[in-house]
Design a protein around this ligand. Structure first.
Ligand SMILES: [Zn+2]
Length: 192
């Protein structure tokens, strides 16, 4: 975001207006719609109106800015991790293990970011995120593995089938039982 701002200001300054148009369009179509809007839509549609996560996203949409260097570096690590996780999801989809990313859960040797697991799973496009040390690989029907170098540290990634049931409200595989709501949706329904 702040990068976009400086590129656009420079382009305006040097009267290169097609660069302004190009940078803004690319930002809106790829960064915003393909990435950010994709990951926030579950929260926007399914969280309670006043949930802190939803309110935080609404605030971000109002003050779109990644000027904060900590947030910026955290987000760029998560973006790299998301790309790798999505590559594994694509493999699983190509081999007909799953239809959508929600049908998977991912285990990491290091949980990235200061956000809770719920937010990280939405960012990565899977139903849940857990610590690799707690993963029981032998109990999983299938797995895809990879690793990623982030700041001189190797992060191991294990993708497996979602173990919980699909929530009929948000469609995430986060419900404890078949045909029951996940705990987030349960809470929302009870409040509203
Ligand atoms: Zn739900």
């Amino acid at each position: 975001m702040s990068h976009l701002e400086s590129v656009v200001q420079e382009a305006y300054g040097s009267h290169i207006f097609n660069r302004v148009l190009h940078s803004t369009t690319t930002f809106a179509t790829s960064t915003l719609s393909a990435f950010y809007f994709d990951i926030i839509k579950d929260t926007m549609y399914c969280d309670a109106l006043e949930s802190p996560t939803r309110r935080a996203i609404v605030a971000v949409l109002y003050h779109l800015s990644w000027l904060n260097p900590t947030v910026k570096s955290e987000m760029s690590q998560i973006i790299s991790l998301r790309a790798e996780v999505q590559r594994l999801v694509e493999n699983a989809r190509a081999e007909k293990r799953i239809k959508v990313g929600n049908q998977t859960e991912v285990y990491l040797s290091k949980i990235l970011g200061s956000e809770n697991g719920g937010t990280l799973s939405a960012l990565l496009g899977v139903s849940s995120v857990g610590d690799l040390s707690s993963a029981d690989k032998s109990a999983m029907e299938w797995t895809y593995e990879s690793s990623l170098e982030i700041e001189n540290e190797t992060i191991s990634i294990l993708l497996g089938p979602a173990t919980r049931s699909q929530c009929p409200r948000c469609w995430l595989y986060n419900a404890e039982r078949e045909n029951s709501l996940c705990s987030r949706c349960e809470e929302v329904i009870n409040v509203t």
